[in-house]
Each structure stands twice: as C-alpha cells, then as structure tokens.
Design a protein around this ligand. Structure first.
Ligand code: KIV
Ligand code: NA
Length: 276
C-alpha cells in the first residue's frame, strides 16, 4: 500500500473532500487505515477520551510519543499527524523544533499539528524549514480554553471573523500544508476555504470546508461523558461492549463459560499415572 503524502493532500484542494479521524492506539489505527481515511491525527484529545482528564492540558511529550508510535505501527496508507501537546512548542523555538522532530524521528509520524494563529508563525516556519510538515489549528483551540473561558464557538463577531481569516492566511504563508478549523460559523469557514490555497479541514465548521475531521471515540460512541453539537455518532459501541461484558460475567458466574471447546485435555493414560 502506498502512503498518502503531504503533496497528495495539498493537491486535492478544490478536487475532492478530505477525511481525517483521530486514533490513539494500534487496533484503532488499523480500522481507520483500512477504512480509507486520508489522515490519522494522534490528537491531544487523548487526554480526555482515553486518559479520562477534564481537558487536553495534562498530556505531555512522553504520552503523545507513546501513542503516536502505536498508531504508526497500524497505519500503512493514511498520513499520520501527531498533535503537539500544550507547552511543547510555546516556550521556545528550539524546544518547538526538537519536539516536532521527535514525532517524526521516534513517533514515525509524517507531520505534526499545533494550535494558534499569527503567534505561532515563527514556530511553523522553523519546523517547515527543518523539513517537518505542519497542520495548523484555528478557531476553538482547546489548549487556550482558559483564555476563552471554556469550550466556546469562536469567530462569531465580524471583528473575530476578520482575525480568523487573517490568521488562516498567515498559517498558509508560513508553510502549513493544511489547517483544522474548529467550532466556527460555517459562513466564515466557507470564506476561509475560498480565500486560502491550502486544504481547510473542518470540525464544527460546516459543510463548505475542503474536508472534515472528528474524534474517533465520538464517531463510534465510545466517549459517553460529553458529545459536542458538531459530532455525528455513526455507531454506539458503548452499549454492545457493556452487553458483551455483562454476558461474560454471567456465564463465568453460572459456569457456562468456559465450555469444552475452550478447554485443553490430557490423555486418560497420563492422568492415571499421576494417581499412582
Ligand atoms: O486533539 C484532537 O482530537 C484535535 C481534533 C479535534 C482536531 O485536535
Ligand atoms: Na488537539
């Protein structure tokens, strides 16, 4: 299987819709890859949907690298993008490039993603110069939730929308190969998609983007604490999983499991030797 490349992704602009989903482990990466999804994001949403934290701030490089390695082992065709965790790229340019590099070198990802507009342009330029492809992320950027006062739709005023459009242009100029736009009015997302020359991947940004991304646990119904308005749940796997585990418990307790087909046997002759 030939892997989708960064130039392949860029060349789809205006031609076909792109698909992106998150994954955090090997089996999920296999499922997403086998489904023909273009890009797999090892999102820092890991913190919430897999590790049970309240927000995305509490994962660091060690956890993100650990999960990126697992995803890379399962993804043969999809482009693997590692999410730069909070404080892995904000403090200094040198730290930003070294950490981004680790995701390619040790994580075996093909690209990284980071949050922010014009304030992260120096980091993006330095990464791109070092040969590291970068996906941008604008709108509701969860690492800045404290600054926004929570998980809130962004770009709702003309002034905020103008800043978003300028930020998207700045990210494209800095060398990003695509941009995630999260939780903004669809009219603004459409304007940005029209205005910038790189693929715009929406999540809660309406139908007029170049592609869509969702958290795989939301799509499959595996994260039951909270479901944002922009999620479409394509399966509710929490319920069949609970039913299967209840059945297992009941069969062990009633003695139905394990049955003869799950059980190893030994020759009668050998057993009789034991008794003597
Ligand atoms: O961490 C994540 O899953 C993300 C997507 C929602 C884009 O950043
Ligand atoms: Na993220």
């Amino acid at each position: 299987k030939k892997r989708i490349t960064v130039p392949d992704i860029m060349a789809t602009k205006g031609k076909r819709k792109l698909t992106e989903l998150t994954a955090y482990d090997y089996p999920t990466a296999l499922w997403v890859d086998q489904s023909g999804i273009d890009m797999i994001l090892v999102g820092d949403s890991l913190a919430m949907v897999v590790l049970g934290h309240e927000d995305t701030l509490s994962v660091g490089m060690a956890e993100m690298l650990h999960h990126t390695r697992a995803v890379s082992r399962g993804a043969e065709r999809a482009l693997v993008i590692a999410d730069m965790p909070f404080m892995s790229y904000q403090a200094s340019l040198e730290q930003a490039i070294l950490n981004a590099g680790l995701f390619l070198k040790e994580g075996r990802a093909q690209a990284v993603k980071l949050e922010g507009g014009r304030r992260v342009v120096p980091q993006i330029k330095a990464m791109v110069e070092a040969g590291i492809p970068v996906q941008g992320h604008l709108g509701l950027t969860p690492q800045s939730a404290a600054q926004f006062g929570g998980f809130k739709v962004q770009g709702k005023t003309a002034e905020a929308a103008k800043i978003l459009i300028e930020d998207a242009q700045a990210l494209a100029d800095a060398g990003c190969f695509s941009i995630v736009l999260e939780a903004i009015p669809s009219s603004i997302a459409a304007m940005i998609t029209e205005a910038v020359p790189i693929p715009i991947i929406g999540i809660g940004a309406g139908p007029n983007c170049d592609g869509q991304v969702l958290v795989v646990h939301d799509v499959l119904g595996l994260y039951e604490r909270f479901t944002p308005k922009f999620v479409k749940q394509y399966a509710n796997l929490g319920e069949p999983i609970r039913q299967a585990l209840i059945k297992y418990k009941e069969e062990v307790e009633s003695g139905t499991f394990p049955g003869p087909e799950h059980t190893f046997s030994m020759d009668e002759k050998e057993i009789s030797k034991l008794g003597s």
